[in-house]
Design a protein around this ligand. Structure first.
Ligand SMILES: Nc1nc2c(c(=O)[nH]1)N=C([C@H](O)[C@H](O)COP(=O)(O)OP(=O)(O)OP(=O)(O)O)CN2
Ligand code: ZN
Length: 142
């Protein structure tokens, strides 16, 4: 019987953004992103689900302590993104459009250094931008 288990934790944060690519002209941005390119921006209640995967400890019964994962997610995600204007306040999104796809990669990169301390590994980051739009990133392994 396998002892490999996936453990997930969810957080919700509020942030505003505007879809805009520095590689495109203003007209092209307007054409591509439509209402989401409005210079005044708009907000989302982002739901972020982080999954780690590893061997369940036979004594503690845990892959990792969920409270420690919460601490990592607070420092790596909440403190950086919550109640922020993503494109103006977060360096990464000054050059990368703040799509759900790019947010998933950003969150992965933010969490990776914290997970180096753990026996289990970061497995999946899921960003729900709206009820209908969701992006998933599983790192370089795709
Ligand atoms: N590939 C992507 N496409 C879009 C993204 C994205 O992150 N990746 N994001 C957006 C916008 O940020 C936008 O805010 C989405 O809003 P909206 O169109 O209102 O969202 P829904 O599709 O859930 O709403 P509907 O009412 O169902 O249209 C756009 N595209
Ligand atoms: Zn949006």
């Amino acid at each position: 019987m396998s002892n490999i288990v996936e453990l997930s934790r969810r957080i919700m944060l509020c942030a505003s953004h505007r879809l805009h690519s520095t590689h495109l002209s203003d007209e092209e941005n307007k054409q591509l992103y439509g209402k989401c390119n409005n210079p005044n921006g708009h907000g989302h209640n982002y739901v972020i689900k982080v999954s780690v995967r590893g061997e369940k400890d036979p004594i503690t019964g845990m892959v990792m302590d969920a409270a420690i994962l919460k601490d990592y997610m607070t420092k790596a995600i909440m403190d950086v993104m919550d109640h922020k204007c993503l494109d103006k306040d977060v360096e990464y999104f000054k050059t990368q459009p703040s799509t759900a796809e790019n947010i998933a990669v950003f969150v992965w990169n933010q969490l990776s250094p914290y997970m180096e301390k753990e026996k289990c590994s970061l497995h999946k980051v899921k960003i729900f931008e709206t009820e209908n739009i969701c992006a998933t990133y599983k790192g370089m392994k795709a």
